[in-house]
Write a protein that binds this ligand. Structure first.
Ligand code: 7GP
Length: 823
């Protein structure tokens, strides 16, 4: 029970139901101009959001704003081209501790709180794992009371909305701003200028020193938009600061005056294109000029903003790194390295060595993928045309780097070529990962295996030269959003058992272990899961028309669609089950509902074909009288954070089946296990660490290891031979190839089948039998409901390591060297 002083404190700070009710009513009247009786859902949503935002800012004014006046505090700047924040209302209410109070307050209005939460659209300013990780980290930074700002781009259009039409993915524009976005506040008075193109020239300054001036050809304004980020039940409120590109002058008056109205706005349109749309490619950059412009745009805004506040509050350029610890979320912001150098050298007059020391001490670099096609490079020509001064600086960084390599390894020109920032094979290009390594004091991977592979393969030469700069920081996810907000049933049950400290001290979940053998607790655990499955079943029927049964095993794979993630391996298993049932309709099988979800990059043909394959299998299986509802296949459209919050709590089985060595970490794997799903997975990414924590007996392991994959490939992998020697595999492959799944176009899936038979770079066929056998073990455990529930409880109890709070503590200690500041 709450103490009296707590309740008093709430009233005084406007957090009690009566104050909240008044605040919502005021916002309805004064912001929306509506009377409660006639207010629409959106009116009520906006009024509630503003009332909540007021309370966030109240905290914010007391933390970050005051902090800037304290010269000693170090602030984290998380630089990321993507922040996949998810819906804000419920998460903010939970962090403020007023979810119930607001629910009560809203009984006086025509729409209840849950209706408003459901109405909210999310800002989809990210593609997948990397963007969502950034959002989890902001939540944890605030919760741990570490001052931080997330810097990124305020895309007008985020990740596309996915519709499924006739089984195919169709992309629709995401208009997340169309009903108004109440969580942010624009700060036009803090706009900064960003320049592009033009030329550079040398000159001698007043002290007789050689300097460089950049005469740019284009100027763009960056306007910051701030969203407050409140920690869980603390007073720290940090900031997400996203930049929108705006033309310096809306009209070119010269053109306007001669009557060319169209020409007059052209420049404005082209400028504002910079923050127009998020590139929808997960892990395969396109090398387009606009993308480089986006990267430089937000990075330049961020670094200028950081320098400005540092100096305004009494700092000097040479102490910039005392104030700021900046993290590069993959290489998208890597141009921050030459940008900080440029500002320190050209605008603040530092010498090279001093500027370089500040730069290296400022930055850390996190790598998120080993996929060769995902390692960003920019053609030297393009880079030089847009950023001529930065190209000079990159060349100078490289000259010194290469000198260093030659000093340590005389005569080893192969090594020089491999480590150079410039790839000289073919069209010359800048290797952004090398630039990020060169400019950072710390480089990290996102799970133990990934860091090992990074160190022994992709960045081995860098490790040889600077071994102590490499670290592992295993990813984590926020238990506030992914348990408290999205799974109130389970959270309530856990709190009733072990108290309410676990959301900010996730290791405390261990105390659940002693309930794993308690029959009563197990029964309640199952009840919660069943309710969550009913909710998902209703959502599935509403969105796809498919009826599924909550008593079946919910077997779920949601994530971006990619060959390395092997959604097609899952499909091969499904078809294996289907063929068994067709051969013997009276077979006693475990009823399963197999749910898929995820977006495919619009230009990734095979990924889109995989979606069509899933829906085609659904069409074949779902209404087959021989199947009798024992197998259901669902493609849940438009997977995003909001959909995830319905799906993770309802899953029994979590599919984490990437080819070993390919998935850097995975974070969905953590969200599932924290909600009581048991994982079927390979030894890849963080799966390895999850299995170590939950115990091998509570994890379904299958497949080749990363080493075995490598050896098998080196020995000359022949997928055709696997196909020939396995009749079950042959059966399913032949079924797909036969055209039975695509009667209107029998050769539709040929590219997929041929890819598997002749290349199979992700070893789908090699792992097929192990996967099918492992799924049989899943069935066996499922048939023993008590044993399954026990394993489910133990999974949750042992997942404490995967809170993003732990990850952020690791970054603070090992990479950023920052301390919490109590607001
Ligand atoms: C993802 C990785 O694929 C995933 O394994 C990891 O959990 C996540 O980052 C967070 O670390 N990578 C991306 O989302 C991505 O876009 C390209 O990588 C740079």
């Amino acid at each position: 029970a709450e103490s009296l002083s707590d309740a008093e404190h709430r009233t005084r700070t406007g957090l009690d139901p009566e104050s909240l009710r008044r605040a919502v009513r005021d916002h309805l009247f004064y912001f929306q101009g509506r009377h409660p009786a006639t207010a629409s859902v959106n009116d009520c949503y906006l009024a509630v959001a503003y009332a909540v935002r007021d309370r966030l800012f109240q905290h914010g004014v007391q933390s970050l704003d005051l902090l800037l006046h304290r010269p000693d505090a170090r602030i984290v700047a998380y630089l990321s081209a993507e922040f996949l924040m998810g819906p804000q209302l419920a998460a903010n209410l939970v962090n403020l501790g007023i979810l119930d109070a607001m629910r009560e307050a809203m009984t006086a209005f025509p729409h209840d709180l849950d209706r408003l939460i459901d109405h909210e659209e999310e800002p989809g300013l990210g593609n997948g794992g990397l963007g969502r990780l950034a959002a989890c980290y902001l939540d944890s930074l605030a919760t741990l009371e570490v001052p931080a700002i997330g810097y990124g781009i305020r895309y007008e259009f985020g990740i596309f909305n996915q519709q499924i039409r006739d089984g195919w993915q169709v992309e629709l524009t995401d208009k997340w701003l169309h009903l108004g976005y109440p969580w942010e506040i624009a700060r036009p008075e803090r706009a900064v200028e960003v320049r592009f193109g033009g030329t550079t020239e040398g000159y001698t300054d007043a002290d007789g020193r050689y300097r460089v001036r950049w005469n740019a050809a284009e100027i763009v304004m960056g306007v910051p938009h701030d969203t407050p980020i409140l920690g869980y039940r603390v007073k720290t409120c940090n900031l997400l600061r996203l930049w929108r590109a705006e033309a310096v002058q809306s009209f070119d008056f010269a053109s306007f005056n001669v009557g060319e109205y169209g020409r007059a706005v052209e420049q404005q349109v082209s400028t504002e294109t910079i923050s127009k749309v998020l590139y929808p490619n997960d892990a395969s950059p396109q090398g387009k000029a606009l993308r480089l412009k986006q990267q430089y745009f937000f990075v330049s805004c961020a670094i200028q903003d950081m320098l400005r506040s540092h100096i305004r509050f009494g700092g000097t350029p040479d102490t910039f790194h005392h104030r700021w610890a900046a993290q590069l979320n993959d290489t998208h912001p890597a141009v921050a390295v030459p940008e900080l150098m440029r500002l320190l050298l050209d605008e603040h007059g530092l010498e090279w060595d001093a500027a370089w020391e500040v730069t290296q001490k400022t930055f850390g670099y996190t790598n998120h993928t080993l996929l060769p096609e995902a390692l960003e490079t920019w053609s030297v020509d393009l880079f030089g045309a847009l950023l001529p001064r930065h190209l000079e600086i990159v060349y100078e960084i490289n000259r010194r780097l290469v000198d260093g390599v030659r000093r340590v390894y005389p005569g080893d020109e192969g090594r020089v070529r491999r480590m150079s920032l410039i790839d000289e094979s073919g069209r010359r290009s800048i290797r952004m990962a090398h630039l990020a390594c060169a400019g950072s004091h710390a480089v990290n991977g996102v799970a133990a295996l990934h860091t090992d592979l990074l160190k022994t393969q992709v960045l081995a030469d860098w490790v040889a030269m600077r071994p102590d700069r490499f670290h592992n920081v295993t990813n984590g996810v926020t238990p506030r959003r992914f348990m408290v907000v999205s799974n109130p049933g389970l959270s309530g049950l856990i709190t009733a058992a072990i108290g309410d400290g676990w959301p900010s001290r996730l290791e405390a979940l261990r105390e659940l272990e002693r309930f794993a053998d308690d029959p009563d607790f197990r029964a309640r655990w199952r009840d919660v899961k069943r309710e969550n499955k009913q909710r998902l079943a209703a959502a599935i029927e509403q969105r796809t028309g498919i009826v599924v049964y909550p008593d079946s095993l919910f077997d779920v794979q949601v994530k971006r669609i990619h060959e390395y993630k092997r959604q097609h391996l899952n499909v091969l298993h499904l078809l294996t089950l289907y063929r068994r049932l067709k051969a013997d309709p009276s077979l006693d099988i475990v009823p399963r509902t197999v749910v898929f979800g995820g977006k495919a990059a619009p230009g990734y043909f095979i990924a889109k074909l995989m979606i069509k394959l899933v829906t085609a299998v659904g069409a074949l299986v779902n209404d087959d009288p021989d199947v009798r509802g024992r197998l259901k296949v669902v493609f849940f459209p438009n997977f995003n954070v909001k959909v995830g919050q319905i799906i993770y709590p309802a899953a029994d089985l979590s599919e984490q089946i990437s080819t070993a060595g390919q998935e850097a970490s995975g974070t969905g794997n953590m969200k599932f296990a924290l909600n009581g799903a048991i994982t079927i997975g390979t030894l890849d990414g963080a799966n390895i660490e999850i299995r170590d924590e939950v115990g091998p007996e509570n994890f379904f392991l299958f497949g080749l290891t990363a080493d075995e994959v490598r050896l098998r490939k080196a020995a000359g992998y022949d997928p055709r031979a696997v196909y020939e020697s396995n009749p079950v595999l042959r059966g399913v492959i032949d079924l797909i190839a036969s055209g039975a799944l695509s009667p209107d176009d029998p050769s539709r899936f040929r590219p997929l089948v041929d890819g598997l038979l002749w290349h199979d770079p992700f070893m789908v066929l090699a792992d097929f039998q192990a996967y099918v056998d492992c799924q049989a073990q899943v069935d066996a455990l499922w048939r023993d409901g008590e044993a399954w529930t026990r394993a489910s409880i133990l999974n949750v109890a042992r997942m404490g390591k995967f809170s993003s709070d732990r990850s952020i503590r690791d970054y603070c200690e090992r990479i950023w060297h920052v301390e919490p500041v109590r607001a």
